[in-house]
Design a binder for this molecule. Structure first.
Ligand SMILES: Nc1c(NC[C@H](O)[C@H](O)[C@H](O)CO)[nH]c(=O)[nH]c1=O
Ligand SMILES: CC(=O)[C@@H](O)COP(=O)(O)O
Length: 160
C-alpha cells in the first residue's frame, strides 16, 4: 500500500503497550533539518502520548543519514535504551549519490537489527522532491516520525 493510501499519523492507543517503562534513543540527521525536526517532533509527541517519560528520551544529532548507522550503534552500545529511532530525510539531487546514501543507510540500520538486541526503527524519508518530504513529515500524508514512534514502542515491548 502506498503512503498516499495510509495516513502515517493514525494509531489506536488501545493496540499499543504503555511506554512508561521504556527508554528511547532518537538519532537525528541534520541534512534537510526542516524535515528531520518535523519528524522528531512527531516521534516525540507520539512517545509522550503513549506514556513515555520525557526524561527517558535521549536525542543525538548526526551530520547526515549516512551517519545514522554509527549514531544508532553508539546509542545502543553506550546508553541503556529499549529502542532507537533513526531519523533522516534523503532527497534526490542531480546524481546517483541519493541511491548510495539510501541503500547504505537502509542496509546499515538493518544490520544493526541483526547484530544487536535493541530494535532500531528506520525513520528515513527517501523522496524525489522536497514536497514529498513535507507531505510525509506532518503534511497531507501524516508524519513518519509518529509511525516510527509507535513501531519503537511495539518493538521495545516485544517478548516482554
Ligand atoms: N544529500 C543528502 C545527504 N548527504 C550526506 C550524507 O548523508 C553524509 O552525511 C555525507 O555523505 C558524509 O558522510 N544526507 C541526507 O541525510 N540527506 C540528503 O539529502
Ligand atoms: C541525496 C544526496 O546526496 C543528494 O541530495 C546530493 O545532491 P547531488 O546528487 O546533486 O550531489
Amino acid at each position: 500500500m502506498a503512503t498516499a493510501n495510509k495516513n502515517l499519523s493514525v494509531y489506536d492507543k488501545a493496540t499499543i503497550p504503555n511506554a512508561r517503562n521504556f527508554r528511547f534513543g532518537i538519532v537525528v540527521s541534520e541534512w534537510n533539518h526542516e524535515i528531520t525536526e518535523a519528524l522528531y517532533d512527531g516521534a516525540q509527541e507520539a512517545l509522550l502520548d503513549c506514556g513515555a517519560d520525557e526524561a527517558n528520551i535521549i536525542r543525538w544529532n548526526v551530520p547526515g543519514s549516512f551517519e545514522l548507522t554509527y549514531g544508532a550503534k553508539k546509542m545502543i552500545t553506550s546508553r541503556n535504551v529499549d529502542a532507537v529511532i533513526a531519523i533522516g530525510s534523503v532527497i534526490q539531487g542531480e546524481t546517483k549519490h541519493f541511491d548510495f546514501v539510501c541503500n547504505a543507510t537502509a542496509q546499515g540500520i538493518k544490520d544493526l537489527n541483526v547484530h544487536f538486541d535493541t530494535p532500531v526503527i528506520f525513520c528515513v524519508l527517501t523522496d524525489d522532491t522536497m514536497q514529498q518530504a513535507i507531505d510525509r513529515s506532518g503534511g497531507k500524508h501524516g508524519n513518519k516520525g509518529t509511525e516510527a514512534a509507535i513501531a519503537a514502542i511495539k518493538m521495545a515491548a516485544l517478548g516482554k
